[in-house]
Design a protein around this ligand. Structure first.
Ligand SMILES: Cc1cc2nc3c(=O)[nH]c(=O)nc-3n(C[C@H](O)[C@H](O)[C@H](O)COP(=O)(O)OP(=O)(O)OC[C@H]3O[C@@H](n4cnc5c(N)ncnc54)[C@H](O)[C@@H]3O)c2cc1C
Ligand code: FES
Length: 368
């Protein structure tokens, strides 16, 4: 084959592939054009017309109706559950692990997984309509450890956030580097629920993690940050004589808010806070909690270090937090447990608590 023939063949192939991709993109546009769909919410109490084609989660968010979500729509957190009485189609394989039989019978679905393709009938709990979006300014940021940052985010003048101690917000990043779209993740509020003009967060860097890399390497004091919230059912119940609190890593965030809540409300409840760290360099807020312990006799702080180095001169409890928990909590009588941290740590602690007589309705947790 001569040179001209080769060029002609390559040109024809390029033309064919160009036409094919044009046809595919046109087909996608036609197939995904579901037109305007009506969302009927809570038996007609609210009706909205939306453009079909996007996930139910993002369609509702565009209408300022925010469902909880921690994974950014990856079907790994199961928080975006919503009751869809009509219009969702069959359950998808990605939803199956999160929707048990009883919830399937009630037509619960993952809003991030189902697309709006037709008119839908939804049931959305009233409290979710109170969730709002805030355009905050990052006014301070500091390293608490080598991988945990403290962030202070101020609400725009005149705006206020009302949350229950223990709840979380969703934090939206901006596109950066190779990450071309915004991502959003859940972060527990570590500040006092009595403070309404700002919130504080504790964000641990997850190596390779999209949002935490943004926070730790791109975000600067003075930047604008979009948040929504508050979300979650991890908050103070207080129907007890004692709260056993357990946290690891950045799981300290909601516990800090809960401790201040009990103190500020003047509740007659004892608090014992077990804080687990791998090494001494993973500990933080130690002085603050020791001071609270001095000022408030109903609060006891028990930091536990799994593997202290000899040069750390660590004199506190050594070993996993589970060891101290087993030794120091006798039973579950008139006690509630509040746990926040990694699934592995929490599962081990919950097993111990149940052995000691804590019933499931007195154990509250956020796993992350
Ligand atoms: C209710 C709730 C409250 C939360 N509060 C906080 C908080 O106060 N502070 C905080 O730092 N985080 C908190 N998280 C975790 C947070 O939402 C993110 O999951 C986490 O910051 C990782 O986000 P990323 O985008 O950086 O990582 P991603 O891009 O989502 O993940 C990157 C990789 O890391 C893995 N990965 C994800 N999360 C973790 C993790 N925590 N540890 C180890 N590997 C992980 C993923 O499987 C993936 O392979 C909370 C989560 C929930 C559900
Ligand atoms: S499962 Fe996490 S947002 Fe839907």
């Amino acid at each position: 084959m001569n040179y001209a023939a080769i060029l002609q063949t390559v040109g024809s192939l390029a033309l064919i592939s160009g036409v094919l991709s044009l046809l595919i993109s046109l087909a996608e546009k036609v197939l995904n054009n579901y037109g305007v769909c009506e969302l009927d919410i809570n038996g007609g109490a609210k009706k909205i017309s939306v453009q079909g084609g996007a996930s139910l989660l993002s369609t509702l968010a565009a209408e300022k109706i925010f469902l909880p979500s921690a994974c950014g729509g990856k079907a790994t957190c199961g928080l975006c559950k919503v009751q869809v009485l009509e219009g969702a189609g069959p359950l998808l394989p990605t939803e199956e692990p999160y929707i048990p039989a009883e919830e399937r019978a009630r037509h619960m679905r993952l809003a991030c997984q189902i697309k709006v393709k037709t008119n839908m009938k939804l049931v959305i709990p009233e409290e979710l309509f109170n969730i709002r979006e805030f355009n905050c300014q990052l006014v301070a940021m500091e390293d608490l450890t080598y991988d945990i940052k403290w962030l202070k985010l101020e609400l725009p003048p005149g705006e206020r956030i009302d949350f229950k101690a223990g709840q979380f917000v969703q934090f939206y990043s901006k596109p950066y580097g190779k990450v071309k779209e915004e991502v959003f993740r859940a972060y527990s509020i570590s500040s006092r629920a009595s403070e309404h003009d700002h919130i504080e967060l504790l964000i641990r860097l997850v190596p390779g993690g999209l949002l935490t890399t943004y926070v730790h390497t791109v975000l600067k004091v003075g930047d604008q940050v979009r948040l929504s919230g508050p979300y979650g059912d991890f908050y103070l119940r207080g129907n007890c004589d004692e709260m056993v609190m357990i946290a690891g890593g950045s799981g300290l965030a909601p516990i800090r808010s809960l401790v201040y809540d009990v103190i500020e409300k003047g509740l007659d409840i004892n608090m014992r806070f077990f804080f687990g760290a791998n090494t001494v360099r993973d500990l933080y807020y130690i002085d603050e909690f020791r001071q609270i312990e001095k000022d408030h006799p109903n609060f006891t702080f028990i930091p536990c270090v799994a593997t202290p180095n000899p040069e750390d001169n660590w004199t506190g409890p050594t070993g996993f937090v589970t060891v101290a928990l087993k030794e120091q909590v006798a039973d579950g009588n008139n006690k509630e447990a509040y746990l926040c941290g990694s699934p592995g740590m929490l599962n081990a602690c919950i097993d111990i608590l149940k052995d000691k007589g804590f019933t499931e309705d007195r154990i509250f947790f956020d796993k992350f």
